[in-house]
Design a protein around this ligand. Structure first.
Ligand code: MOS
Length: 753
């Protein structure tokens, strides 16, 4: 039977909520589909004659696969094929050249017998059923030639080297004379902070369905970047990009792990070609801890000093972060120290420490989340040394311009975040002495930190078309990670065209749609959002042009500028009764003439301003004086993120980020066995994330802010700033409660005993 290349997808078309205005709280247009189980995720898609694949992973961290005995697996009922390094199809050489991260990563595609880390894919079993493929994978007998893996961070520091770049910036920076500033300052602080290895655990694990139709490949893949997956897969397989289509209407969380196409995506396509059937490969929960990225361990050395007035006299931030031996990927933790505070004497550096581990990757606010823990903890320590309140200390070192790039900010309303957050938290009632506030058995502590994340925008394309039923189809190859893109882009179109949301037929999540960048870096609203805004404006212009040039239109001959689009009608601005409905206009024209397409690019402003979101987060903890148990009891976060486009989904984004910050401070930690390189807690039973009982009421304040420099939409990005600063605020609160300074995340109660 031939597989249908038609996407099996249901498109949300907006609720009957009349209010699609930007800034309002339009409910998720895809909510009903999700609640009714009709929203299909990658693994939900089906294909005729579907076969199931299971990935087998290496049980050594370094060496070679000497042999794989496949006899028992192949003899198991229903098993179709076992793909190993010894029989896998050879892929064209150089298939990785020129593909940049996040699309281009170092993959393990069974092209040789080398093993570089525990958990590396070393075979793929394909069977009639998922159960048969999983069972047969256990029947494979693998013989290894083991080598001693490098898993010792301190020892591997001897091999530390700078990355080629850190998130597009130089890995190192220096200005002024930090050593001199430090030596002569009134107050000094120097310490090392660490953040742990973490693994992304979205509810939806990675999954790929690969369907070949002759030489054309369709992938239903859980990804943040359909166009990136298409590029990776086509280059690795050596086929034209036009022959590959990637579809992904819904994503059950991603957080950076799905920004890159990992090995299993290409392996699924290879396996499907081998067995000449559609193949579905679902990454198992335990397999999330290895071959699909992680947030690497960081060790950050901070050296800060302040003069007698509490002004920073020196700031150094030096980062060592693990990476894989097969790929350099840097967690750019020191970038924020370059610009956040006013200081003339600053030095930062990033060094990679290569280990036999899986390749690290972007994880929510890569760099800023880990870096803000170290910097904002150190700022708290220095503030105490200088005898200055932590908020006051930050205000004294506030900068109105980007200190590193010497550029004005596109907008910065951070002072108001401090003020509004402090007021809501009642910060002024804080006793400056640590360990001095007790309530029954609990030591009560208050801490705060600055939050920041870059505001990014990349070029994005969009297409809009008036349909004969009067609805407008809007297309953009972006994605909804669960973040609200379906809703937001519907809203942008509805707001621009002054139509109810139900009249917007949005299409996203398909590489056949106009190009959009990776949905990462908190840039989808600014990138795809501004593209949808621009294309809807272009469509309106197009429709007005058609009407005024059309003898059959009541608007024939009217000056273009006098025509407006209101309530689904084109009408004369000075004589609203003169006009026609969109349906009437559409009825007289062929579909191809009722459309617009734009490539929206960041304007020249993008080089003239430094662009970041800012915020301030305040936390109360209660620590059991005898048991050391830590409870977060209050959080107030105040953020300046440009225009808040959707009050409901935007709030959820910030809340989710804050919750992850709590997780970073108190819960998450992938424990790697130092002998074997295996993650000992590769499951959600032992890899702790917060549950409802761990999260107090969170008070969110979004301060009003205008910023037109990222685009007409005015949004600065909201997906990642929420996690930044939170871990430091909690560590600062724990210190304030107990007098104990914990510089290694996560804080477990034994550190307080
Ligand atoms: Mo985000 S870590 O850029 O998906």
């Amino acid at each position: 039977m031939e597989a249908s290349p038609t996407p099996q997808t249901v498109t949300p078309v907006g609720l009957n909520e009349p209010d699609g205005r930007l800034g309002g709280g339009l409910s998720r247009v895809d909510g009903p589909l999700k609640v009714c189980g009709e929203a299909r995720y990658a693994a939900d898609f089906d294909a005729p004659n579907l076969a199931h694949a299971t990935m087998l992973q290496s049980r050594i961290a370094a060496g070679r696969v000497r042999s794989i005995d496949t006899a028992a697996a192949l003899a198991h009922p229903g098993v179709l094929h076992v793909m190993t390094p010894f029989n896998a199809p050879r892929l064209p050489e150089g298939g990785q050249a020129g593909v940049k991260p996040p699309a281009g990563r170092v993959l393990s595609l069974l092209q040789d017998d080398r093993v570089h880390y525990d958990g590396q894919p070393i075979a793929v079993v394909v069977a009639e059923t998922l159960e048969a493929s999983r069972h047969a994978a256990r029947l494979l007998r693998v013989a290894y030639e083991e080598e001693t893996p490098q898993l010792d961070f301190e020892a591997a520091k001897a091999e530390a080297h700078p990355p080629k770049e850190a998130q597009g910036q130089q890995p190192d920076s220096a200005r002024g004379d930090p050593a001199g500033g430090f030596a002569s300052a009134a107050h000094r602080h120097e310490a090392t902070y660490t953040t742990p290895l973490e693994h992304h655990n979205p509810l939806e694990t990675h999954a790929t369905l690969a369907v070949w139709d002759d030489d054309e490949l369709t992938l239903w893949d859980s990804t943040q970047y359909v166009h990136g997956v298409r590029e990776t897969v086509s280059k690795r397989l050596g086929i034209a990009q036009e022959k590959v289509r990637v579809i992904n209407p819904f994503v059950g969380g991603a957080f950076g792990s799905k920004g890159s196409a990992w090995s299993h995506v290409v392996l699924a396509a290879m396996a499907a070609r081998e067995v000449q059937r559609p193949v579905r490969l679902v990454v198992e929960r335990t397999q999330m801890f290895g071959p699909v990225g992680n947030r690497p361990f960081t060790q950050q050395q901070l050296r800060l000093a302040a003069d007698g007035d509490g002004k920073l006299a020196a700031l150094e931030h030096h980062v060592h972060a693990e990476t894989a031996r097969i790929e350099d990927w840097i967690e750019p933790s020191a970038l924020l120290s370059r610009f956040l505070y006013a200081c003339d004497h600053v030095a930062t550096s990033h060094r990679l420490v290569p280990l036999n581990v899986g390749v690290p990757t972007f994880q929510r606010a890569p760099g800023e989340s880990t870096g803000s823990f170290a910097l904002e903890s150190a700022m708290d320590e220095l503030a105490h040394a200088a005898g200055i309140d932590p908020v006051e200390f930050r205000l004294r070192n506030h900068s109105d311009f980007d200190q590193e790039r010497k550029l004005p900010y596109s907008s910065k309303t951070l002072r108001e975040c401090y003020a509004r957050g402090a007021e809501a938290f009642n910060w002024s009632a804080r006793n400056s002495q640590p360990g001095a506030t007790r309530d029954g058995d609990a030591l009560v502590g208050w801490g705060m930190a600055t939050a920041t994340y870059p505001s990014k925008r990349m070029k994005s394309e969009a297409r809009a078309e008036l349909l004969h039923d009067g609805r407008v189809r809007v297309q953009c190859g972006t994605h909804d990670l669960g973040t609200g893109t379906w809703t937001l882009l519907t809203q942008v179109a509805a707001d621009t065209l002054e139509l109810p949301p139900a009249r917007i037929a949005l299409e996203i999540g398909d590489s056949a749609l106009p190009m959009a960048p990776v949905s990462g870096g908190s840039m989808s609203a600014a990138s795809a959002g501004n593209a949808v805004l621009a294309v809807c404006e272009a469509l309106r212009t197009r429709l007005v042009e058609l009407a005024v040039a059309d003898e059959d239109s009541p608007l024939f001959g009217v000056e273009h500028e006098l025509v407006e689009l209101k309530e689904g009608r084109l009408r004369h601005g000075q004589d609203p009764s003169r006009g026609e409905t969109l349906e009437a206009l559409a009825a007289r024209h062929k579909p191809g003439s009722l459309e617009a397409k734009v490539m929206a690019t960041p304007g020249p402003d993008s080089e003239k301003f430094s662009k970041h979101s800012f915020g301030a987060v305040f936390v109360e903890v209660r620590v059991d004086a005898e048991l050391g148990e830590i409870r977060v009891t209050r959080i107030v976060g105040a953020y300046a993120v440009g225009k808040l486009l959707n009050a409901k989904t935007g709030r959820s984004q910030l809340l989710g980020g804050i919750v992850w910050g709590v997780s970073m401070a108190l819960h998450e930690h992938s424990l790697r066995d130092p002998r074997y390189g295996r993650i000992a807690n590769a499951n959600l039973g032992e890899y702790h994330v917060p549950v409802n009982a761990d999260i107090p009421d969170i008070e969110l304040i979004v301060v009003p802010e205008e910023d037109a420099h990222l685009g007409a939409l005015g949004a600065k990005g909201i997906g990642e700033i929420g996690i930044t600063g939170v871990a430091a605020a909690i560590a600062n609160a724990v210190w304030h409660a107990t007098g104990k300074r914990i510089r290694d995340m996560p804080i477990a109660l034994d550190a307080l005993l």
